[in-house]
Ligand binder design. Sequence first.
Ligand code: 6PG
Length: 473
Amino acid sequence: MSTPTKYDFGMIGLGVMGRSLLLNMGDHGVKGAGFDKDASKGQSLEQESTNGNLKGFSDIKEFVASLNTPRAIMMLVPAGKIVDDVIEELLPLIDKGDLIIDGGNTFYTDTNRRFDYLNGKGIHFFGMGVSGGEEGARRGPSMMPGGDKDAYNVVKPIFEAIAAKVDGEPCVAYCGTGSAGNFVKMVHNGIEYGVMQLLAETYEIMKKGLGLDNAAIEKIFTEWNEGRLKSFLVEVTRDIFRYKAPGADHLLLDDIKDEARSKGTGKWTSQVAMDLQAPIPTVDSSVAMRDLSKYKDLRVKAEGIYGGVEGKLDVDTAAFIKSLEEAFYFNLIISYAQGIHMLTRASVEFNYGLNLAEISKIWRGGCIIRSLFLQNIYEAFSGNPELEHLLLDNGVATEVKGAVGGARTVVSAITAAGIAAPCYTSALSYFDAFRSGRMPSNLIQAQRDYFGAHTYELIGKEGTFHTQWIPKN
Ligand code: 6PG
C-alpha cells in the first residue's frame, strides 16, 4: 500500500488571496495543502495547479493529517472572530511545536492576544501582513511577518521564494517582535488610503479645475507613471482611465457611484495614530472623505442650498499641470513621512524594534503602495537607521524643497476656486507646521490655563505656572 503524500505547508481559506498564494507556492515547488469548507474551492485549486503540487481538502481533520510535522498552517480568512474560530477548530488536531500564521488584516491587539494564548499551549504563532491583492498573491506579494522570529525562520525560504523581487531581493522580511507584522501592514493600508484619496483629489482638480476630459487625464497619469511618480496606485488609476466596458462608448468610471466603501484598516490607522500621538492628517482626511462620500442624499441637498462647486481655475493649463505633478510628488512624500513617523512611534511604544530600512525595502515591490520613491526612503533609513523623521533626511529634504512650490501653487488656486482637496491642503499644512520651530501652541496652553487652570510652562524657566487671567468676581 502506498503512503499518502504529505504536504509541507497548509493554507486555510481558499478565497482569492489564499488560493493565489498557495498556487504561487505550488509554482515554486512547495507541496501545499489547501482547506476550505466549500469543496469546490479545493477542486478548482487542484485544477489550476499546473504541477500537481497542491491538494484541496474540505475536511479539516484530513487536511491537518496530510501535513508534515511540525506543521506550518497559514490562515487567510477575514479578520475578527473567524480567526479565533479557526484556531479553536485546529487546536484539538495539532501538536505542540506546530506553527499557525495569520495572514489577514488583523488588528494588532488581536495578534498579541492570540500569541499569548497559543504560546501557553506550546503552539508557535505569528501575524503577517500580505499585500498586493490577487495578482500580487499569485505572482509575488509583499509580506510583513512579525512576532516569533524562530518560527518565521522555519518558513522563511517559502516566503522568500514566492515574494515579489526588486533588484533580486525578496519583498519579505521579519518586521519586529509581537504584533509588528500586522501593525506595519495596518500603516501600509493607511498610507494606501491617503494616496488613493490624493489621486481622487487630483482627478477632481483636473476635471473641475482644468476642465480636462478623461482622455487628457489618462495621458497625464500615463506620463506621471513614467517619471518620478511611478507607482502602483498611479498605474491603477491610469488603467481605470482607459477602461470601457465591452461595447460601451464611455469609461466605466463615469457610471460608478461616488460613494466609497472600506473594510476599516484606514480607520484603525487613524485611531491608533491618535492614541500614539503620531499625527497622520493625510490618512485622517482620506478616511473622513470616504465617510463623507456616503452621505449622498445630504450632499445633494446641500448642493441645492449652497450651489455646487464649479471650480474652474483661471490658470495656464500646461504650467499648472507641471505644478500639479510637483504637488503630487510633495504629497506622496508627506504621506509616507507621516506613516513612517507613526511606525517610529509605535516601535518605541510597543518595543517592536522595527527596522525601517527593511520595511521600506519590502514595500518597494509587490504591495499596493509600491513606488519609485520608496527607494529614496530605503536609502534614507539604510544611511541612518536612527533617522527620527523622514523629512529630516537631507536627500528627502532636497526633493521636498524642489516640490513644495508646486504644492503651494496648487493649494492656493484650488482653495480659492472651492475645490475640496483636504489631503492636498492638510499635507501642506502638516509640512508648514512641522518646519515651524515655534508653533502657536503657546496660545492653546494659555487658553487651557485660563478656563481650566491646567497650567503652562515658560520659556527659559523651570516649573509649571498658573495665572488668574482676569480678575475674579
Ligand atoms: C493590500 C490591500 C488590502 C485591502 C484592500 C481593501 O495591501 O493588498 O491593502 O489588504 O484589504 O485594499 O481595503 P479597503 O476595503 O479598506 O479599501
